[in-house]
Design a protein. Structure first.
Length: 526
């Protein structure tokens, strides 16, 4: 019988180098801060924990110091060994897999020194550099050094792989404020960059337009083998628009830490047919999702900078998230197009209450109490019909007149190359019919059928008859005859004359004024 063969599956140190492109200064330093957050969250919340980040742009070094308790000597191996961690997968922590810090320090620098003192015990230093990474052994010497402050850990990064700049420092300050805003705001946790305390950056800038106030959904997401994940999701419209900066979309917090900021990907519905493609018209739509539970269930990627769409927890919350975003996107578009736009319809409503909806079991859309998009501004022909409804009720023959003008507007606004030509024919025909309706229905005593037939054998006679009863300047009569002759040329001449959009719109305004004189109809500009 052939004996079983054995493969040596010891990891190669090349795994460190393979991920250096995954981290920038922001992500790498946050991995170090995450370690401090985990130590604080696992029992040291009774006193304030301090994190100090020092950037030396002259020496090109980074130092991250914390007083969260230090690492005991028997757990120093966790600092370097891939997959080694003191966190349990059921803990409500940020780190779990034991790879983030190792990857981050190697990605940031070529020389790493980690000094740590557990409580009032001895201080130890672990150093790793590119020379050690080139060897095959995983044995890493460490040493006892003079004591640093009690409960302190220092991570010193030198020979940085990417240069430190003033812009990098500014970006890091903003990134830290957003990433740890909820943890800082909870109290007893401080981060300093240089000598400045990091201020929390929040995104709860909600607007409360009537009928479209923000809504907050909450649910305990049950999963086999692990504690439930508490989900809270707030969706609504904000009082700011930043289509250029992209500060809209989905914000995801996992165990208090911001993971996604302004996410607008296919995975959260930003595609045609759902929420819609990212566009300025929906740049006030925001969803803030907060998850708290076992770290292993959090739907983040390995660098905690994006989502894992395959996560079971994410797949449970997505059927709530996407319909809610879609509903508010529709509201956003409608209120943008309504008179007054967002300033009047959204930003003006800066106070109100967030409606809370606890959810249980399977979720159905009616359970979400989604807002209905208000009807967008009526179209031109609808506005004209509404403005003239009373006149049309009293004088039914006027309906075709104002609808003729509205139809001409549709032709002028269309993409038809010959739209102005069609609009001219329609406008002049509408005016001619209006003259007939005026003589028949508005002139005292009316007009006989024989007289009417005689008049309409010659358009100029019609115009003169109307002028006998209605004040029309000779200048406007001249314009009417010009456009009538232009219409006749379109029908009877071999070569059709050019008809410009501007000329037809001017004629349309004249027709509207005459219809107002004759029937008290109301119009808008063409």
């Amino acid at each position: 019988m052939t004996p079983n063969l054995v493969l040596d599956t010891s990891p190669s140190k090349r795994i460190f180098y393979s991920i250096t492109r995954d981290y920038d200064h922001n992500l790498g330093i946050c991995e170090l801060v995450d370690n401090v957050v985990d130590a604080w969250s696992k029992g040291r919340r009774g006193r304030t924990v301090h994190v100090k980040i020092s950037l030396d742009k002259i020496q090109q070094t980074i130092t991250v110091t914390d007083d969260a308790g230090g690492v005991p000597q028997n757990l120093l191996r966790n600092i370097v060994g891939p997959g080694l961690t003191g966190n349990d997968e059921n803990d409500e922590t940020i780190g779990i897999f034991g790879v983030g810090t190792k990857r981050a320090v190697v990605a940031l620098s070529q020389d790493v020194s980690i000094q740590t003192r557990r409580g009032h015990g001895s201080t130890f230093e672990v150093k790793l550099d590119d020379e050690w990474l080139k060897t095959e052994t995983w044995r890493l010497p460490y040493r006892q050094i003079p004591n640093i402050a009690p409960s302190e850990t220092r991570v010193l990064l030198s020979r940085l792989r990417s240069p430190l700049t003033d812009q990098a420092e500014t970006t890091l300050r903003e990134h830290l404020g957003a990433t740890y805003s909820r943890i800082i705001s909870a109290g007893a946790f401080e981060i300093k960059l240089g000598t400045d305390l990091i201020a929390p950056i929040e995104f709860e800038n909600w607007a409360y337009p009537p009928g479209a106030e923000p809504k907050r959904y909450s649910q305990a997401i049950e999963t086999p083998d692990y504690n439930p994940v508490a989900m809270e999701m707030t969706v609504g419209l904000t009082r700011e628009s930043s289509p250029g900066g992209g500060e809209y979309g989905v914000y995801l917090y996992c165990n208090g830490r911001l993971v996604c900021r302004g996410l607008k990907s296919y995975d959260v519905g930003f595609t045609r047919g759902l929420v819609g493609n990212p566009h300025p018209s929906i740049s006030i739509v925001r969803a803030i999702v907060s998850l708290r539970g076992p770290a292993i269930l959090m739907p983040w990627n390995s660098t905690k900078s994006g989502i894992d769409p395959q996560s079971k927890v994410f797949q449970r919350l997505n059927p709530i998230l996407v319909p809610a975003l879609k509903a508010y996107a529709s509201v956003s578009r409608a209120l943008s197009a309504a008179p007054g736009g967002w300033p009047e319809n959204v930003y003006h409503h800066d106070a109100g209450e967030i409606s809370a909806f606890p959810l249980e079991g399977e979720i159905h859309l009616p359970d979400l109490h989604l807002p209905q998009a208000p009807r967008s501004r009526p179209r031109h022909h609808e506005r004209i019909a509404h403005a003239n409804q009373a006149v049309a009720d009293a004088k039914p023959w006027t309906r075709g007149l104002y609808e003729g003008v509205a139809a001409a507007r549709i032709l002028l606004d269309s993409a038809l190359e010959e739209g102005p030509r069609f609009a001219l024919i329609l406008l002049d025909s509408t005016l001619e019919i209006a003259f007939k309706e005026y003589l028949v229905n508005e002139v005292a005593g009316g007009i006989s059928n024989a007289h009417l037939r005689a008049l309409f054998e010659n358009r100029h006679l019609v115009e003169q008859e109307v002028k006998n009863h209605l004040t029309i300047s000779n200048q406007n009569i001249g314009k009417i005859r010009f456009y009538y002759n232009l219409r006749c040329d379109l029908v009877h001449r071999k070569t059709s004359p050019a008809v410009s959009d501007e000329a037809v719109r001017k004629y349309g305004m004249l027709v509207q004024r005459l219809l107002t004189q004759m029937f008290a109809l109301r119009f808008e500009e063409l």
